[in-house]
Design a protein around this ligand. Sequence first.
Ligand SMILES: [Zn+2]
Length: 126
Amino acid sequence: MKSTESNSYENDLQHIKKSLLEQKSEILNKSMEFKSQQHSSQKAADEADAVVQNLQDNLNIQLHERDRHSLLLIDKALSKFANGTYGICDSCGDEISLKRLKARPLAVRCVSCEEELETSGKELLQ
Ligand SMILES: [Zn+2]
């Protein structure tokens, strides 16, 4: 029943899943480092140091929030793998092309829905 083509599609999906799991553990490792940095960087010697410290903290937090966002998207993709809906467009229910999934494994919409959303939602997002 299964053609070689669908087998390679499955293989590709497994590759994507594996790389998502790797990304997830990388982010988790990084956020552990982030936490230990927070602990060791509490003391600022004088006011100038304190300003630099604040700037660095802000950078850290920004990075951290972006990572948190990535984690959410990765988890969402992984749960789609779990219930067999990975690669299905959230908006129209069509299959997202494998080419697109390989380039953007966290994509939840097909190209045309994404473009539509970007055009209509651009002002809202900014
Ligand atoms: Zn779509």
